[in-house]
Design a binder for this molecule. Sequence first.
Ligand code: M6R
Length: 613
Amino acid sequence: MCGIVGYVGTKDASSIVFEGLKKLEYRGYDSAGIASINGDLDIRRAEGKLANLEAKLREAPLEGHLAIGHTRWATHGAPIERNAHPHADETRAIAVVQNGIVENFMTLRAQLQQEGHEFKSDTDTEVITHLIDKFLAEGDELVEACRRAFGELQGAHAIAVVSKQEPDKIVTVRLGNAGGVIVGLGKGENYLASDIPAILEHTQRVIYLEDREMAVITAGGVSFSRLNGQAISKEVHQITWDPISAAKGPYRHFMQKEIYEQPQSVQSTIRGRIDFTTGQVSLEELPLTPAEAKAIERIIIVACGTSAYAGQVGKFMIEKLARINVLVDYASEFRYRDPLIDDRTVVLAITQSGETVDTLAALEEAKSKGAKIWSIVNMHGSMAHRISDGAILMQAGPEIGVASTKAFTATLADLFLLGMYLGQLRGVLSAEESFELATALAHLPELAGEVLAEGYNDYTKLANLYHKQEHFLFLGRGPNYPVALEGALKLKEISYIHAEGYPAGEMKHGPIALIDDHMPVVCIVTQDHVYDKMISQIEQVRARNGIVISLINEGDEEVAKKSDHVLRIPKAHPLLTPILSVIPLQLLAYHTAIWRGADVDQPRNLAKSVTVE
Ligand code: M6R
């Protein structure tokens, strides 16, 4: 979704802001712009990729030591230059960038037009510019005019404003959950960003704005207040990610880098949370007594996209290891269905970004109904992390590729640990069982490394054979059914091939009608308790001339003989197998997208943090 970057200090502001915007490209955008103050307010905007804005900046550079910039993901109005942010008022005295949606923009626009304001764009954002302009004309200073204007807005927003009349400051606000507003602290300079990677190379000291909090950022310092004007002091957080971990390194794409980082990220996720000599799990971020663990009657997992599929695997893990009933719901559905919740229910959000608006709304809904809320989250300090009663941090490091990969496997490792932790506290798991599970977990990073070893599976060849297909089917059972959903999601997201994931037993109830000799069917057939059932599904696909691509355990000759192609993974504990079985599917999608010439890291229409409904 949209990204915001701001800088005030002594350096060339527009270059710093432009570089910051480049680091936010992964969030997804379709136009961009920068406003700087250098005596006058000057703005450059361009539709399309940042290269277009860069060309404009080369032709006509922006001078000055204060600037704000924006990458826009269109909601109101086409992705054309006229609608790109920053938006200036008629006299070009102020400029505004915004993430989110002004829900009452039609009413505000009509009022402002009646009062004589002329709109130049089709955006909802422009009403903010005119509102501030109106209050400035009434004699307010910038901060007060912003405060009054922000107070008129409905919906969720992250906004930044600059003015040539008060050229030393950036005014910013967070209203609701339209993504983060992060202030970065420097020496004689300060920063603003919607996401940490934008400013990470300049500072690792950051302050997060909460709902209805404002900041006024100058080179010499930052002051914070609530929207009602009450001054507040804020905690400074130290980001532990190093700038290198947010860079592509030798890889061609972030997605590729993140796929190959999985042995490491799973290892980091497990490290320090389990004693491998006893199998005892300790989750410091989620301190629970045995009585509290025993009192939990139900866990409802709420999440979106890949995180929701991770949650579906988590259901198998937690139900098996802790014997707690688990329900998984899409956050976007949960928030509107008046869910049945009580104080014996835990609502667990899974969110890589910690800023997905539907997931945050689901957490709020659960909290208002008296549930305990927990989250599994990758972005330290994100909203989900901050509002939860307990949070497990993934330790996956920054995930930049829009298609989520290492966050999925890190989440599965966390869910497995959570299942063990609850199982131990509730007295479900014996010492021997805990030790066996811990041993299985300890081997996992190494097994993931095997799957990623050069030449282990030939993805390039397979992807080349089928990259022109229009449809794919993915089948799995048990915990591998959500992996089938995830495999299909990865393929459609980055290669734009239509793909469906199905519980294999459901194929005969409908999707079987689609199968002919043009339909590749990826069957996840690992050697577990539904192995024979999966073989029957393969036979049914073969009988209709479907192309069988089987994902098997190493050495499974029986299934290999029945398949047109095989992808292999080593054998692992059945509940941990999804952490391995998803990797070949990520790579199949990746190589298919490469053959199709698609933009792997920034697939069309998609955004990394979905901060609008
Ligand atoms: O940041 P979150 O985990 O809350 O994001 C949820 C989904 O938007 C995300 O997983 C999305 O489906 C990805 N593009 C999947 O690759």
